[in-house]
Each structure stands twice: as structure tokens, then as C-alpha cells.
Design a protein around this ligand. Structure first.
Ligand code: ATP
Length: 435
């Protein structure tokens, strides 16, 4: 098993702060309870992660369609889904220092003061409660969704009838979810507000186990294809007592974080639990009717449910590297080009007025095709290192010769090779190399 480097976490957290990937939220007020904001580079990385997921789950398939459902839903949804009754964590209080913990995370000892004098565990519901409308009474209570999945189940018939899909088919959704976690932490690994990427795959009941296996493999492969080394990933099957109230089988895709193995994504066989519950509580029929065979059934559901923040963290940790170039240590994020915030940076060799118009011309040629950075201050070596540190796969340098030969130097982040390319060929050159 590979050993995670103990200081890797600090290095990556520092880099993300220093270079504008992730900021503590409400920072000028001292921060706010494990919430984070994504800065100029973070928002690009986050969008790229979500886009890569959407591309593999929706765009490249003809059996999955998308959805964007509301965060606020009628509380009946959470009654039917079981979240009101069972979406709880066991909460214990330390009698000595009064801190609260999740019983299953602390093994009987308060991590704050070391005391073993803890209260009995009691269930704590993780849903955020709020009120809708001007009256704050029981009748106006609503919950912020703790997962995006239920928005998919309640739209099952709408999508089935309008998309002309039939099982096996899936509905994919990305969006914010909220959980009032008792102990958030480990940077963006566990936060109270987070983004999910979930897909519900509806299959004929006897095909559940087959599709469960299929999605476990597919989802593991997604992380590997985007550059996470295989030995930092594993699939872990849940044992019986760990299974959620709805699941007949769950396996987690786990990543070896510096603090140990942690879940990136859960793949669950939810059976017909959700559709059956919503049919019961809503009084609507939530079934598939096969006109050809005259068969009617409630599909079973296989769900791969991933988190955006956790995946981002894994991609950053796996990409972080230090090597020596010209006797100097450089930090380089070897991010997959699809995930890199900028694909290319335009760097005029000097800030001289003579180079600026051509450099800006190259910038405007590249911008419609690639997310492009422009940087003209400081020595060129320094600027290369700044781009390496944020994972930019290619730098395009404009020098004085460019004014004569209309060609630029393209530098590769990983091989450090440099090619001289004519300005009218540079888009094609980069397109061939960037997926
Ligand atoms: P955990 O056991 O870590 O609390 P979970 O098993 O409850 O997670 P799921 O309900 O399966 O998580 O949610 C699917 C995915 O959503 C998780 O794999 C994770 O990537 C993401 N996720 C869940 N809770 C959080 C959170 N509090 N912060 C960030 N991401 C989260």
C-alpha cells in the first residue's frame, strides 16, 4: 500500500489558498463553520470536474438524460424517502468539555480533551430545517435537500413520459446538497454545504446485480481516466450493518487521502425502495409499462453518487508533485488537461510595447477555443513556474523573433519540451494535444 506523505495535505491546502483555488468562506469575519468559497482557479477546476462527469455520464451516452430539480421540496418527499425518520447520525456529548461528536467517529474517547465520560448516543437528524413563506409554524417547515437523488425519483414519470427512454436508462443531476454534519472537517472533504453529482439508473428488477457491478467498474474507471493512479483508489463493499436503510448493496470508491482512505463516491443498489415509497405516499403510480410485452413493473435503481469537493481534493492531491528543473525545485500540478483550470497561458517574453499587440492577438486567437491565462509581468522562468504550480498544460511564449517569423514557442508542462509553431497553426497544435 502506498504511504501518503504526511505534509502533502498542508502543501496542497496552502497552494489552493495562495493561488486562489479555495478560500475559507466569510474570511474577513473570521470564517464560518467549515464553509469554503471557490476562487478564480477553484471555480474553473470545479466546473471542469462537473463537466467531465456530465460528459461521461450524459453526453457520451444515449441511455442517460439530465435533470435540474429544486433544492426546496415538499416535506412529504423526506417523509416518504425515510430521511425524516432515519437520516441521522449518533450524537454524543463529552460531559467534561461539552463538545459534540459523532459516536461512530471517535471510539469512546473525546478527541478534544481525551475524556471517556460521554453521554449515551442519540439520533441527530442531519437535514437543515427552514420555513417557507411569512409564517414560521409547523405547517411551513421545509428542508434543504440532503441529496439530489429524491428530485430525480419524484420526476421519474415526467422524464419517462417525455424522454421516450425505457429501462435500463438513467437520470443524472448535479447540484448543491446540505447536511448539518456534526463534525465537518478535513478541508473540503466534509462540509455542510456541498455539491453532488448523482445518477439514478432504472433497470428491470432482475438486472439489478448486473448493473450494480457495471456501475462500480465504470465509476472507478472515471477517476483513473482523469489521472488518479490506480494504487490510490479502491472499491470497498459495505458490510450488512453499514448499509443505508434503502440499500441492498453498496460499494464506495475510496481514495487514499493523507489522513487515510476516504469515500469519494458511493454506488448503491437501492432496489425499488424509493419509487415504491413515493408511489405509496403520493398515491401516484410510479412504474414502467412495456407496451410490447404488456409487462408492468417498478424498476430497480442503481445509484452512483459522487461529491464534487471530495473529487476536487483527490484530483489536487494526486496531481501535486515537486521535481527539479535547472537545479531548482519546482512545484507542479500534473492535473489531467481536461481538469486544468487554464489549458494554455500566453506569455510575452518581456513587457515591452513592441510585443504586447502580437501577444494580445495570440490571446484572442486562443480564447474562443481554450480557457487561457495571460501574464506579462516578472521574469519568464518565474512565470513558467507559476503556470506549472496551477497545472497549466501549455505555455505559449511570444518573443522578439515572433515579430519576424510569426511563430511562437509552445512549452509542455510535463516533458518541458518546447516547439516552435507558427501562429496560424497554434490552435490546431494545441487541439491535437488537449482532449
Ligand atoms: P460519509 O459517510 O462520508 O458521510 P455518505 O456515505 O453519507 O458520506 P452519500 O450519502 O453516499 O455520502 O453521498 C454521496 C457523496 O456525496 C459522497 O460520496 C461524498 O462524495 C458526497 N458527500 C456526502 N456528504 C458530504 C459532505 N458533508 N461534504 C462533502 N461531500 C459530501
Amino acid at each position: 500500500m502506498p504511504e501518503p506523505s504526511p505534509d502533502l495535505m498542508d502543501k496542497v491546502v496552502n497552494l489552493t489558498k495562495r493561488r486562489g483555488f479555495v478560500f475559507p468562506a466569510s474570511e474577513i469575519y473570521g470564517g464560518f463553520r467549515s464553509t469554503y468559497d471557490y476562487g478564480p482557479l477553484g471555480v474553473l477546476l470545479k466546473r471542469n470536474v462537473m463537466e467531465a462527469w456530465w460528459r461521461s455520464m450524459v453526453q457520451l451516452r444515449d441511455d442517460i438524460v439530465g435533470l435540474d430539480s429544486a433544492i426546496l421540496m415538499t416535506p412529504k418527499v423526506w417523509e416518504a424517502s425515510g430521511h425524516l425518520a432515519t437520516f441521522t447520525d449518533p450524537l454524543v456529548d463529552c460531559r467534561k468539555c461539552k463538545e459534540r461528536w459523532r459516536e461512530d467517529q471517535i471510539e469512546g474517547v473525546c478527541p478534544n480533551c481525551g475524556s471517556t465520560d460521554l453521554t449515551e448516543a442519540r439520533p441527530f437528524n442531519l437535514m437543515f430545517k427552514t420555513f417557507v413563506g411569512p409564517v414560521e409554524d409547523e405547517g411551513s417547515v421545509a428542508y434543504l435537500r440532503p441529496e439530489t437523488a429524491q428530485g430525480i425519483f419524484v420526476n421519474f414519470m415526467n422524464v419517462l413520459q417525455t424522454s421516450r427512454k425505457k429501462p435500463p436508462f438513467g437520470i443524472a443531476q448535479q447540484g448543491k446538497s446540505f447536511r448539518n454534519e456534526i463534525t465537518p472537517g478535513n478541508f473540503i472533504f466534509r462540509t455542510r454545504e456541498f455539491e453532488q453529482m448523482e445518477m439514478e439508473f432504472f433497470v428491470p428488477p432482475d438486472e439489478g446485480p448486473k448493473w450494480f457491478e457495471y456501475w462500480c467498474q465504470e465509476r472507478l474507471r472515471w477517476y483513473i481516466d482523469l489521472g488518479i493512479p490506480e494504487d490510490l483508489l479502491r472499491m470497498r463493499q459495505h458490510d450488512a450493518e453499514e448499509l443505508s436503510h434503502y440499500s441492498s448493496g453498496t460499494a464506495d470508491v475510496e481514495f487514499l487521502f493523507p489522513f487515510g482512505w476516504g469515500e469519494l463516491e458511493g454506488v448503491a443498489n437501492r432496489g425499488d425502495y424509493d419509487l415504491t415509497q413515493h408511489a405509496k405516499f403520493s398515491g401516484e403510480r410510479l412504474e414502467y409499462f412495456d407496451q410490447a410485452s404488456g409487462e408492468r413493473y417498478v424498476p430497480h435503481v442503481i445509484e452512483p453518487a459522487a461529491g464534487v469537493g471530495r473529487s476536487m481534493m483527490a484530483f489536487l492531491l494526486a496531481a501535486y508533485d515537486e521535481d527539479v528543473v535547472n537545479d531548482e525545485t519546482r512545484t507542479v500540478l500534473r492535473l489531467h488537461p481536461r481538469l486544468a483550470p487554464y489549458k494554455v497561458a500566453v506569455l510575452p517574453l518581456s513587457k515591452k510595447d513592441t510585443l504586447t499587440p502580437t501577444a494580445r492577438e495570440v490571446l484572442s486567437i486562443l480564447q474562443p477555443h481554450f480557457s487561457t491565462d495571460y501574464d506579462e509581468t516578472q521574469a519568464i522562468g518565474r512565470r513558467y513556474r507559476r503556470q506549472d504550480e496551477i497545472g497549466t498544460p501549455y505555455c505559449v511564449t511570444i518573443d522578439f523573433e515572433t515579430l519576424e517569423d510569426r511563430a511562437v514557442t509552445v512549452r509542455d508542462r510535463d516533458s518541458l519540451e518546447q516547439d516552435r509553431i507558427s501562429i496560424d497553426k497554434v490552435v490546431d497544435y494545441l487541439k491535437e494535444r488537449l482532449p
